[in-house]
Structure formats: structure tokens, C-alpha cells
Write a protein that binds this ligand. Structure first.
Ligand code: SIN
Length: 295
């Protein structure tokens, strides 16, 4: 199959915006950060329980902007968990290091531990029931570097050439932890974890359960192959599909400060943590909300 080169405008669906702000919010302010993805939320203290109206507006901003950001949140891990729990049940990650409470993953990087989250991905897509969203809190960040980027996977799907859209319609792909987290395990531990977490099969294009958007749902860390396709053709097609997340017009890039929080929708985005800060320290706490089986 031919994968044509592209130059010129990308067909992103622009977020509604008046003077840089999303209209229609009363409890919060939503500053739009890029044409298709990303909003900064002002006027919310995540350390306090949110009233139902504010919560509903935060949820609406998340679905619309796909990733939302909060500055200066001096919150404890328990408060981060309490906030995330308002959006669904939380998971405990079987491979990543635990923070202060089991639902918190602590990404602690320094001169001895390098940042390796720099491949585009959607969190835990290898689960039979993957994640709805993740909440990441910056504990310690380098003065320069360590940004995270998110890509709008609805725009990535929309921008595909029509023959590619036709080709991937109805296809399923396998997602597997073995060639990422599995590399940290010896043969016995890998076999045991593979019994516990067998490869998951998800549609290559999923439909967002709340917005109805069509979303490209294969990623460079966890997707292994397309079901019932010759391995070379599967690899070539996946390679092209993975590259869509790397298109700048579909992205927003976030410069962290201590206390910043990002909340993203794992169904409609992929993310990439720039690993450009080694050997400096970068400590982040993540909580992951369980979603639904992709359809
Ligand atoms: C992640 O991949 O969930 C971590 C992102 C980050 O550290 O910025």
C-alpha cells in the first residue's frame, strides 16, 4: 500500500474559542492551548472536593480538550487519588513502581534512572479493559526539559488518506506488555505475568464512548501486530499509523512546573515524555482511571 507524503494544512477540528478561552463555562476558566487539543484550567483547587457542577465542567473540558492542565496544585497523593476517583475506578499498575499509596505510580528519574516514556502511547492499552484517563502530578521537575507532549488521535484518524481509512476499517490489533515491561522480567516471571495479562485485541479504530469520535488506537509501545495480516504488511501499516501521533499539528506540548497537573483522556490521546533532561531529577506521580473495553 502507498503511504503518500503530505504537506499543507492538516484538517484539525478546531476547539471552540473566544479570545483564547473556551465559551460556555461558569465554574472554571478554560484557556485553549492549541487549535485541536489542550486546555489550561484556572480556578480549581484539586486538593478540595469539587462540587458537582465544577466536576461536570472539568469533565466536559477533558472530553473537549482531550488533555487539561492545572497549575500550582499543592496536593498530596491521597488528594490526587480522591480527585481521580471522581472519574472512575482506579487501577494498581502491576509493573511500575508504587508511590505513597498503591494507586499512585511514582516515576522518579535522576542520574541513575533514565526517562524511557519517550515513545508515543496510550496507557495500559495492553489490558483487556484499558484506561479512561490518567492524572499526572509534577513533584520535582528540571529547570529546562522534561516536557510532555500529547497527540489528538481523532485528528490523527481524520487526517489519514482515504485509502488508508478504508484499509483499516474493521481491523483488530493485538496489544501486549511483553516487549516493554516484559523486558524487565526473567523468563519465569514473564511467563507468569503473561498468564495473568494475556495479549488484548482491540479495534485499530475505536469509537469514543462519550463523544462518538473515531480514534486511531494503535501505539508504538504496546501494539504488536494486526490480526490476520501478513507480518511484513502489518509492520509497514502499523509503522505508518504510529507516525501519525508525531505530527506536530495534532499535538500540544506542556512545560511542567512543580505542582502542575495534567489530566488526559487515554482513549482519544497518546503521549510522549521528552527524555531530554538526564541526568537531572524529574519526579512525577500518576494515577490511572479504568475505562471500558474499546469498541
Ligand atoms: C507516562 O507515560 O504516563 C508518563 C508521562 C510523563 O512522565 O510525562
Amino acid at each position: 500500500m502507498e503511504f503518500p507524503r503530505h504537506f499543507g494544512p492538516r484538517p484539525v477540528r478546531a476547539l471552540p474559542e473566544v479570545d483564547g478561552r473556551a465559551p460556555g463555562y461558569e465554574r472554571i476558566e478554560v484557556r485553549i492551548l492549541s487549535p485541536s487539543i489542550g486546555g489550561e484550567i484556572c480556578g480549581v483547587d484539586l486538593g478540595k472536593p469539587l462540587d458537582d457542577e465544577t466536576l461536570a465542567e472539568v469533565r466536559r473540558a477533558l472530553l473537549t480538550c482531550k488533555v487539561i492542565f492545572f497549575r500550582d496544585q499543592d496536593i498530596t497523593p491521597a488528594e490526587q487519588v480522591a480527585f481521580a476517583r471522581r472519574f472512575g475506578e482506579l487501577e494498581v499498575h502491576p509493573f511500575l513502581p508504587e508511590g505513597e499509596v498503591p494507586e499512585v505510580i511514582r516515576f522518579a528519574k535522576d542520574e541513575t534512572v533514565k526517562g524511557v516514556e519517550n515513545l508515543w502511547h496510550s496507557d495500559v492499552s495492553w489490558r483487556q479493559v484499558p484506561s479512561m484517563g490518567s492524572v499526572l502530578h509534577a513533584i520535582e521537575v528540571p529547570e529546562v526539559g522534561g516536557d510532555t507532549l500529547w497527540a489528538d488521535m481523532a485528528a490523527a484518524y481524520e487526517g489519514l488518506p482515504d485509502p488508508v481509512k478504508e484499509r483499516i476499517d474493521g481491523l483488530q490489533a493485538v496489544h501486549d506488555f511483553a516487549h516493554s515491561f516484559g523486558l524487565m522480567l526473567d523468563a519465569d516471571a514473564l511467563a507468569e505475568k503473561q498468564r495473568e495479562f494475556p495479549p488484548a485485541t482491540h479495534p485499530v479504530v475505536r469509537t469514543h464512548p462519550e463523544t462518538g469520535e473515531r480514534l486511531l488506537y494503535v501505539n508504538a509501545i504496546f501494539t504488536s501486530h494486526i490480526v490476520d495480516m501478513d507480518p511484513d504488511r502489518s509492520a509497514a501499516l502499523l509503522d505508518f499509523l504510529y507516525r501519525q501521533a508525531a505530527i506536530p499539528e495534532y499535538q500540544v506540548r506542556f512545560r511542567w512546573r512543580r505542582g502542575s497537573v495534567a489530566f488526559w483522556d487515554n482513549r482519544s490521546t497518546q503521549h510522549y515524555a521528552s527524555s531530554d533532561y538526564w541526568p537531572r531529577q524529574r519526579i512525577m506521580d500518576r494515577v490511572t482511571i479504568i475505562g471500558e473495553r474499546p469498541t
